[in-house]
Structure formats: structure tokens, C-alpha cells
Write a protein that binds this ligand. Structure first.
Ligand code: IPM
Ligand code: MG
Length: 357
């Protein structure tokens, strides 16, 4: 029987708490459908700095290299945030991991659930029905360009650079995704100012000839930031570079009503990584209040995209929708009547199990 090897990187903050619930769901799927998953844990982030002295240590590199997919919790620890001179940061582990594993395309679906509309900071009628996905380039741009700080710390720079190839490979993924959706792709850039953005436009214009069925539009990032707030329903697939993608995906995530609901995938040629986008949420650690849904939905994305287990992935999604309808939710979704992380996780495991039998 085929063994599906999964590297489990819980990371920091609430990572381990939400991962536990996702692994319970995976266990149910494994037993009920007789699918073999070999899950192995590795350290990453602050947890890895403490034990191994590096946020993405060799042992974790090897584990990832020998796995078919990576399930990732969260990274970050406030201890490092306000220290600009810190030699090592948990986030460096994440960036190194993206580069090392070639995870070049970050896919972040932005989906609204009707039962959460009241929690959105936007008016219901603006946000209802929003359903788009952001394809953010993840291993290039200003994140990975040449960096410099002068010895006297009086000047510094970060360079943004992109190659034709880097733009081309993620663009193809985004065009293919648009084909499965409403066939609309928006390139978000700053082509009125930046050379890299002009290159993005050139490449996307060229590639669009291969996809005549896709309607392509172009938006400057500042304008896109406004439109995400005023007309989020207008978007289908957004394609953008690394830094712009970082910013607009955070913006997009909050309009849905809960950050705790959004999964993501980081796609590479050989391996892909799946993680909730809520981050390490240090204030919630150990309190049993973290929302495990984004982590469980990330598991669902992994089953679909890395193991082609579409039915199981859909069952996870259906179970989450059921939980929302029946109000089996954590405090971030309903502050009056709520359940703990493990109560929500157990309920979801049970529901997944019921659907499978
Ligand atoms: C994200 C995060 C990371 C990023 C940080 C933690 C380095 O904000 O995944 O969006 O900026 O890419
Ligand atoms: Mg971010």
C-alpha cells in the first residue's frame, strides 16, 4: 500500500494546539478509508531556535526533503519582534524554508461564510458572496533581493528583483486556476512606478495569449487595496508579487469575518506546504481558545492538492460548514456561545467520521 509521508511542523504559538486537532481528523480519515499516512514531526521557528539553535535546522530540512507534503502550524514569538538586532528570528526559518524547498506560489483563498458575515468589519451587503483567491509569488522580490545596512546603521536598502521565469511559472498556475473559476484574473502591481512591475505586466500580457478564455485586468496595488474593501466581490483570481501579496492577503483575510477560518497552500515543483494564515497568536497560547478550523481546512487542501483525495477534502469542508451552521465554534466566531479548541476539533472529527461511514 502506498504510504503518504507528511512532515508535521507545528511551529510556535498556537501551532501545536491547532495541529493536534488536524492530526485527529487525519487519523479518522486514515482509519476509515484505509489510507496510510506516515506523519513525522520536525521543529521550526522559535521552537527550533531554542532546541537546535536554528529556526529551520538540518533535521527539519531532511524531514521535508523526504516527505510528500508539509503540514505547518505557525511561526513567530513576540520575544524576537521588538529586537531589531536579534541575530536569528523565527521568521527567517520560514523564509529559508520557502527558498530551500522552492515554494514559489502561495495560494490564499478568501471565502466568506454566511454565518460569519456579522463578524466582518465591512457591511454585510458588501462582503456577502465574496470568493476569490490570491496567487502570491513567494520566493522572489524584495524579500529575497540583496540587502544592506551600513556599519553605522545610518542607511540601508532591500532590493526588489524578478526574472521572467519567476513571473512566468506562477502566472501559469494562476491562469489555470482562473480557468476552473470565473475566468477572471487581475494582476496587482505598481507598474506606474516600478520596473519589476512593468516586467510582471509584460510577462502576464504575453502569457495571456495562451489563455484567450481568461479576462485579464491590471490594478495598481494602492487601488487594489481600496477595491478589496469597497468591492471584494469583483475579484476572482488575483496574481501578485511577494510583498504586495503579503499585504493584500492580510487585508483580504479580515474582511471575511474570521482570520481563524482561512487556510493556505505554498506550492513548489517537488513538494507543497499547507498552513493556516492566522499566525502564532501568542496571546491565546494554552488557553484552549484557538480556532482549529483554518488548520483543519489546510489539511483539507493538502489531501486534495498533494494526495488527490478530493472526496475527503470535500468532507472536511462540509463538516466545517456544518459546525458553523450548528454554532460549534470558538470564541473568535461567537463570543456569547463558544466551545474550546478541542471541543470544536472533536466535533469535527466525529462529523468527518460520520460522513465517511
Ligand atoms: C506570511 C507572513 C510572513 C511573510 C512572515 C511571517 C515572514 O506574514 O506568511 O504572510 O511576510 O511572508
Ligand atoms: Mg503576511
Amino acid at each position: 500500500m502506498k504510504i503518504n509521508k507528511i512532515a508535521v511542523l507545528e511551529g510556535d504559538g498556537i501551532g501545536p494546539e491547532v495541529m493536534k486537532e488536524a492530526l485527529n481528523v487525519l487519523d479518522i480519515i486514515s482509519k476509515k478509508n484505509n489510507i496510510n499516512f506516515d506523519c513525522n514531526k520536525g521543529l521550526v521557528g522559535a521552537a527550533a531556535i531554542e532546541v537546535e539553535g536554528h529556526p529551520f535546522p538540518e533535521s527539519t530540512k531532511n524531514l521535508c526533503n523526504n516527505s510528500d507534503a508539509i503540514l505547518f502550524g505557525a511561526i513567530g514569538d513576540p520575544k524576537y519582534d521588538n529586537n531589531p538586532k536579534a541575530k536569528m528570528r523565527p521568521e527567517d526559518g520560514l523564509l529559508e524554508m520557502r527558498k530551500f524547498l522552492g515554494l514559489y506560489a502561495n495560494v490564499r483563498p478568501v471565502i466568506t461564510y454566511d454565518s460569519l458575515l456579522d463578524s466582518s468589519p465591512l457591511k454585510k451587503e458588501i462582503v456577502k458572496g465574496t470568493n476569490f483567491v490570491v496567487y502570491r509569488e513567494l520566493t522572489g522580490g524584495i524579500y529575497f533581493g540583496e540587502k544592506y545596512i551600513s556599519k553605522d546603521r545610518k542607511s540601508a536598502y532591500d532590493t526588489c528583483s524578478y526574472s521572467f521565469k519567476e513571473i512566468e511559472r506562477i502566472s501559469h498556475l494562476a491562469f489555470k486556476e482562473a480557468r476552473k473559476r470565473k475566468k477572471e484574473l487581475t494582476l496587482v502591481d505598481k507598474a506606474n512606478v516600478l520596473e519589476t512591475s512593468r516586467l510582471w505586466r509584460e510577462v502576464v500580457q504575453k502569457i495571456s495569449n495562451d489563455y484567450p478564455d481568461i479576462k485579464v485586468s491590471y490594478l495598481f496595488v494602492d487601488n487594489a487595496a481600496m477595491k478589496i474593501i469597497t468591492n471584494p466581490k469583483d475579484f476572482d483570481v488575483i496574481l501578485t508579487e511577494n510583498m504586495f501579496g503579503d499585504i493584500i492577503t492580510d487585508e483580504a483575510s479580515v474582511i471575511t469575518g474570521s482570520l481563524g477560518m482561512l487556510p493556505s497552500a505554498s506550492i513548489g515543483d517537488k513538494i507543497s506546504l499547507f498552513e493556516p494564515i492566522h499566525g502564532s497568536y501568542p496571546q491565546a497560547v494554552g488557553k484552549g481558545i484557538a480556532n482549529p478550523m483554518a488548520m483543519i481546512l489546510s489539511l483539507g487542501m493538502m489531501l486534495d492538492m498533494s494526495f488527490n483525495l478530493k472526496k475527503e477534502s470535500e468532507i472536511i469542508l462540509k463538516s466545517i460548514e456544518d459546525a458553523l451552521k450548528e454554532n460549534i465554534v470558538t470564541i473568535d466566531i461567537n463570543s456569547k456561545k463558544y466551545y474550546s479548541t478541542s471541543e470544536v476539533g472533536d466535533w469535527l472529527s466525529k462529523r468527518v467520521s460520520d460522513y465517511l461511514s
